[in-house]
Design a protein around this ligand. Structure first.
Ligand code: SF4
Ligand code: SF4
Length: 435
């Protein structure tokens, strides 16, 4: 029986490993559809961003209660997963709590810490479910959150809660079994799960063994299933927040990426010295029409987006009833990437499917509503920059299609000819100084 369990465990582990690897590769390929971007700037500043913002959750602590609850879920995820190591070794070797004899009294401390975190995660999940579904925090009920995004947010909280209950159930039944058989390594008293012991105490040994084994299998299969699920969900931010914060823009907010080809052109028009690029660059397309015109960092950010809506809740355009939502910009970018990626994988037309990010996902009305204020960039807890994508799309509309609103086009023309947004002769420009 034990050998059969080991074989089944190995098969489950291999299937999960195969599916996760396949999905990770497809995400990598999707991100590689974007343009390569050379990282510049101080690497130590990037590392600091990663440690403080992704690891330390610095920007989350603007709102202390949700931040603390989120912190418990995050630490719980990191720390409780250490226990998964023991699960995997036990599953493969056919042992039971293999670390217990080696760690002695420390094992009891460790298990109590895990249980504390399991209870904290459980409470945090319940509070988050209440905030989403009963209090109905506004940012979780925007138009772009209808359907799958809303279900996804709830599903993950429910799954995490059930996984935590499974751990506590397993530990409670295990503690009773320790008093009935030598097979069960002594863990010492576990504070939280021992409160559940009265529920199971009256059961016979074979029922307890069934409950303990069921909870064990449920937890490990649940964790593996959860890991697969996460790669399809907004919860991918658990992993993607780290590279995203490292690759985040270091320039001050308000800095807009220029196009070297255009900068040189303008400089030569003004008679200023131009800077030849280190390697000759193809002018290519101005701005972005589809995902392959965006940088890989922009595309990676779309996978990192947590769909928390903090950006949208701060966006002045959104707050004044415009159609723009920076969260939707990131969700649309990811959805388009997924669409193209799937098409390529199945031998379809990929990027040539007749659709584009601009128009089919994000409309001109949305991008034109952006004031470039950077409030969304400031609000994002993991340093995502939706404005960069908006500006690239807007740049395409303005420079490739001349499709900006008529007033903007005449302003662009005035800047080009009169070096000012207003139409007057450059020669008259300093008339004011004559008197
Ligand atoms: S930069 Fe644009 S999208 Fe971002 S908050 Fe300001 S108006 Fe909204
Ligand atoms: S871009 Fe940032 S703030 Fe906006 S929804 Fe995504 S993670 Fe949240």
């Amino acid at each position: 029986m034990a050998v059969l369990q080991q074989i089944v465990f190995l098969i489950v582990l291999a299937i999960a490993g195969y599916v996760i690897r396949k999905r990770v590769l497809s995400i990598r390929n999707n991100i590689q559809l974007g343009k390569k971007q050379v990282l510049t700037g101080d690497a130590s500043k990037r590392l600091q961003n990663l440690l403080l913002t992704a690891f330390g959750q610095k920007k989350m602590f603007k709102k202390i209660i949700p931040a603390t609850l989120h912190f418990f879920i995050y630490v719980g995820f990191l720390v409780i997963n250490l226990e998964v190591l023991e699960f995997i070794i036990d599953g493969l070797a056919g042992t039971h709590r293999i670390f217990a004899p080696y760690l002695g009294g420390f094992y009891n401390v460790l298990m109590n810490v895990f249980e504390f975190l399991a209870v904290a995660v459980l409470l945090a999940c319940v509070v988050f479910l209440i905030r989403r579904n009963i209090i109905k925090v506004k940012r979780f009920w925007s138009v772009e959150m209808k359907g799958w995004p809303q279900l996804d947010g709830n599903l993950i909280l429910v799954i995490e809660s059930i996984l935590m209950i499974a751990i506590l159930t397993m530990n409670a039944s295990d503690q009773i079994l320790q008093t009935r058989s030598d097979h069960y390594a002594a863990t010492g008293s576990l504070f939280f799960s021992s409160t559940l012991i009265p529920l199971f105490e009256s059961l016979n040994t074979s029922s307890l063994i069934f409950i303990e084994r069921f909870a064990w299998w449920f937890h490990i299969v649940g964790i593996l299933g959860f890991t697969v699920y996460v790669t399809y969900s907004k919860h991918l931010h658990i992993f993607m927040a780290f590279p995203n914060t490292y690759n985040a823009k270091l320039e001050v907010k308000g800095h807009i990426n220029t196009m070297p080809v255009v900068t040189n052109e303008v400089k030569s028009m003004l008679g200023l010295a131009t800077e030849p690029p280190a390697t000759p660059v193809e002018p290519g397309r101005f701005g972005a029409k589809d995902i392959n015109d965006l940088s890989r960092i922009n595309l990676m950010a779309a996978y990192a987006c947590t769909e928390c809506g903090r950006c949208t809740s701060q966006c002045p355009a959104n707050l004044t009833g415009k159609k723009l939502s920076p969260r939707k910009i990131m969700m649309d970018t990811r959805d388009r990437m997924e669409e193209v990626g799937k098409s390529i994988q199945t031998g379809g037309p990929g990027l040539n499917d007749g659709k584009t990010l601009l128009n089919d996902y994000i409309t001109k009305e949305e991008i034109n509503a952006c004031t470039s204020c950077n409030a969304c960039v400031e609000a994002c807890p993991i340093l995502i920059n939706p404005l960069e994508i908006i500006l690239e799309l807007r740049r395409y509309v303005a420079m490739e299609e001349s499709g900006s609103p008529a007033q903007w086009n005449s302003m662009f023309q005035n800047i080009e000819t009169s070096f000012a947004p207003w139409k007057f002769s450059a020669a008259d420009r300093f008339n004011w100084s004559k008197e």
